[in-house]
Design a protein around this ligand. Structure first.
Ligand SMILES: NC(=O)C1=CN([C@@H]2O[C@H](COP(=O)(O)OP(=O)(O)OC[C@H]3O[C@@H](n4cnc5c(N)ncnc54)[C@H](O)[C@@H]3O)[C@@H](O)[C@H]2O)C=CC1
Ligand SMILES: O=C1[C@@H](O)[C@H](O)[C@@H](O)[C@H](O)[C@H]1O
Length: 334
């Protein structure tokens, strides 16, 4: 029997995940949706033969729903993730897990009370073929012990709701999760530097340079530019004691003509990370269908990312370095 999934939030990524669960994945049916925009939910439900619930909590409680995907706005995630845990249902929650470290602690406490992992967070870069290849080279030891990583996270543009903090909490949070996974080490200190703002930036402090210090003394710099106009450009290079490894060009072709060489730049996150979302949701659905607890990023990772994000927001506002302090990691997440 196929896994009956309910999706809360039928906006951009909610609809994209519905499409992939219906067309790319086997063994999954999207049977229910919910959105505060009732008309949108009804339209999406009608298009796929699903039930539209007026409320996300009702969807979670429905006996016809085995597992839940949360794609609503970040501030609403805690409520739905807690309700899914209370119902004993596996839940895939888009990033961020929640918008404060206290909320993430409440989620971890609820999961510990349940006794096994039910939560996966949508940090899809861990499933990206290029980042996985980068980690494989790093872990093989051929470039020696890591010293630094240089990252760039460039968006063509960002939604109108973006405030300065969103550059950290919605954009940089991907690198915050990624480097913890890449180096198997927690972030202990952050600082944020502000160069001259781009003329394309509007009111935003854009670009920013985020500097992350890890417990293993690796230093990471992340350029965050959210209005570059030319496309969605994600870069990463690790410097080791004996060599370097970097993400390759995501373009599948190079065009040589008129004395120039060029190729496509992805338009947005769907374009660049489409295959990673496919693998991420396939693995999550397999675990939710009974293959075992999810082994992707969990509530602990969501919590750590929230603590570092809060520290980075403070660093952005004050211009000062901020130390990161995490609670002891509960046994459930060893
Ligand atoms: N992993 C990734 O690369 C990406 C993750 N995201 C994350 O996905 C989430 C959604 O982002 P988008 O789809 O871009 O936003 P969106 O604004 O396009 O869609 C969000 C939907 O949630 C609905 N909603 C808001 N509050 C709700 C509530 N209490 N109950 C039910 N529905 C509610 C809205 O009406 C809207 O339709 C965010 O947390 C965002 O950070 C978004 C884009 C990429
Ligand atoms: O998660 C995402 C968006 O919410 C965010 O706005 C973008 O900056 C990220 O690149 C994308 O992956």
């Amino acid at each position: 029997m196929s896994l009956r999934v309910g999706v809360i939030g039928t906006g951009m990524i909610g609809r994209d995940h519905i499409r992939r669960m219906r067309t790319v994945q086997a063994g999954v049916s999207v049977v229910a949706v919910a959105d505060v925009d009732g008309e949108l939910a009804a339209r999406v439900a009608a298009g796929i033969g699903a039930v539209a619930h007026p409320d996300g909590r009702e969807l979670i409680a429905s006996p016809g729903v085995d597992a839940v995907v949360v794609c609503s706005w970040g501030g609403t995630h805690e409520e739905y993730v807690l309700a899914a845990i209370a119902a004993g249902k596996p839940v895939f929650c888009e990033k961020p897990l929640a918008t404060s470290q206290q909320a993430c602690l409440r989620i971890m406490a609820a999961e510990a009370g349940h006794g096994s992992r039910l939560v996966q967070v949508g940090y899809m870069r861990r499933y990206d073929a290029a980042y996985r290849a980068l980690k494989q080279v790093l872990d093989s030891g051929v470039i020696g012990a890591p010293l630094m990583m240089h990252c760039a996270h460039r968006n063509a543009g960002v939604p109108d709701f973006y405030q300065p903090d969103n550059i950290i909490t919605d954009t940089a949070v991907h690198e915050i999760d990624l480097v913890r996974w890449m180096f198997g080490s927690e972030i202990v200190r952050v600082r944020v530097l502000r160069p001259r703002a781009s003329r394309n930036a509007g009111e935003l402090p854009d670009p920013l340079l985020l500097v992350l210090e890890l417990a293993n003394e690796v230093l990471v710099d992340v350029e965050l530019s959210v209005n570059v106009r030319y496309g969605y450009d994600i870069r990463g290079e690790i410097l080791g004691e004996d060599g370097t490894v970097s993400l390759g060009d995501p373009g599948l072709v190079a065009v040589r003509r008129a004395g120039q060489v060029g190729g496509p730049v992805p338009a947005d996150w769907r374009d660049r990370f489409g295959a990673a979302y496919d693998v991420e949701l396939r693995d999550w659905a397999a675990s939710a269908a009974g293959s075992g607890p999810p082994d992707g990023p969990g509530a602990w990772d969501g919590y750590a990312a929230a603590v570092v994000s809060e520290a980075a927001v403070r660093a952005l506002r004050t211009g000062e370095p901020v130390t990161v302090t995490l609670v002891d990691r509960p046994k459930l997440y060893d």
